[in-house]
Write a protein that binds this ligand. Sequence first.
Ligand SMILES: NC(=O)c1ccc[n+]([C@@H]2O[C@H](COP(=O)([O-])OP(=O)(O)OC[C@H]3O[C@@H](n4cnc5c(N)ncnc54)[C@H](O)[C@@H]3O)[C@@H](O)[C@H]2O)c1
Length: 343
Amino acid sequence: MSTKLLLNGAGRIGKAVLKQLLENKDFEIVIINDINPYIENIVYSINYDSTYGKLDDKFKIVENNYIQNSKSKIKITHFNSLDKIDLTNIDIIIDSSGKKEDINLLKQLPVSAIFLTHPNKNADINVILGANEEKLNPSIHKIISTSSCNATALLPALKLINDNKEILCGDIVTIHPLLNHQRVLDGSFVGSATRDVECNFEFGRSSTQNIIPNKTTTITACSYVLEKFNKELISSNSLRVPTDTVGAINVTLFTKQSSTKNEIIELFKEYEKTQKFPIVLNNIEPLVSSDFKKERFTTIVDFRYLEVKNNMIKLLLWYDNEWGYASKVVEILKYYEEIKKGK
Ligand SMILES: NC(=O)c1ccc[n+]([C@@H]2O[C@H](COP(=O)([O-])OP(=O)(O)OC[C@H]3O[C@@H](n4cnc5c(N)ncnc54)[C@H](O)[C@@H]3O)[C@@H](O)[C@H]2O)c1
């Protein structure tokens, strides 16, 4: 029998998760809840997407607030809080609304698990594949954060280098596409009621005309998963750029043991060959960000820009912050179900 899901928030991440789950017979999305009050607009934005293109098997509105295509029929609701939704027959909630819901309220909901698509220190666990998935335990973890897109891309690489060379300190710069909460043209600064990023004036500036420097919660998100990788060890900042999707992270690490470029290349090659989940992909082609669009691997190591000087390692990592991240949400969901069923 398939696992019954409620998808809360049909925005950029919600729709990428939805489209990847539509192909998977083990899961059925029974309800989509979004505060957008117009079902016509929700179905339109599922069918048509400027970044990933049109859906071949389009949804239509059918009776009583349902949408349907040739394979799926999904109820649409418009509540602003999960506790108002009838959860009879729902096994798991994927909350991709970005709302920072009270964790105690979430714990009371009659479902077996709630996946949050943002880092959350109050969750029962923050999971990143390739970092701490072995800690995931369905009998004690109900509120499961799937961390952030940047931390999902970065932490497996940091862990690999740390396990082999011991990181002493480092710095990262995320080069991040624009996001839906930014301004199109200059406006007042963007508040952050639903996000951990501090308010700053730069964030009220036009996202299509600027490279916007910003703080990032990437390292804090990493520390919720593996404590060692925190702001004392690694400094960080972010540059928001006017592209639709695919981010890059420029990583500089100082390690206890020195390395050669070939050693680091071999570490990532071995990881790519032996990994259980689609995490590391090594690239030697002269590619640009849009070439990684819709790529499900999320730690794409660009060997062309890998540098090693004694105790310093410099990496360039790529990841599709929407599709790639959503693929990890789905992988964690599949993994959760596997260990729950004792597979
Ligand atoms: N976009 C990314 O690159 C990215 C990557 C990883 C994680 N995330 C995280 O995923 C979450 C969603 O981000 P997004 O980029 O998809 O945002 P988005 O603005 O594109 O989508 C959010 C959706 O949730 C709906 N919504 C808002 N409040 C709601 C509520 N109370 N109940 C139900 N629906 C509600 C909105 O109407 C919208 O459709 C955020 O926490 C974000 O930090 C985003």
